[in-house]
Design a protein around this ligand. Structure first.
Ligand SMILES: [Zn+2]
Length: 71
């Protein structure tokens, strides 16, 4: 069982629009971080996702900070 850090299937199904709005970028990166670890999430996107509570609980990216598990 081999697992690449680049999730080709996810990328094929989730193309970032050429002129993505902030909403689209946030949604894309939230989905991306949960499914693929080919690149790090920009700090500004991460901050906005956290501010909105949109950050996925489970991240595929090894470099992403994890929330401490509670209780
Ligand atoms: Zn990716």
């Amino acid at each position: 069982m081999s697992k690449s850090i680049l999730n080709r299937e996810w990328h094929a199904a989730n193309r970032m629009p050429a002129k993505a709005t902030l909403e689209q970028r946030l949604a894309w990166h939230a989905g991306h971080a949960a499914n693929c670890a080919c690149r790090e999430m920009p700090a500004s996107i991460r901050a906005e996702l956290e501010r909105r509570g949109m950050m996925p609980d489970t991240l595929a990216s090894p470099g992403a900070p994890r929330r401490p598990s509670r209780g």
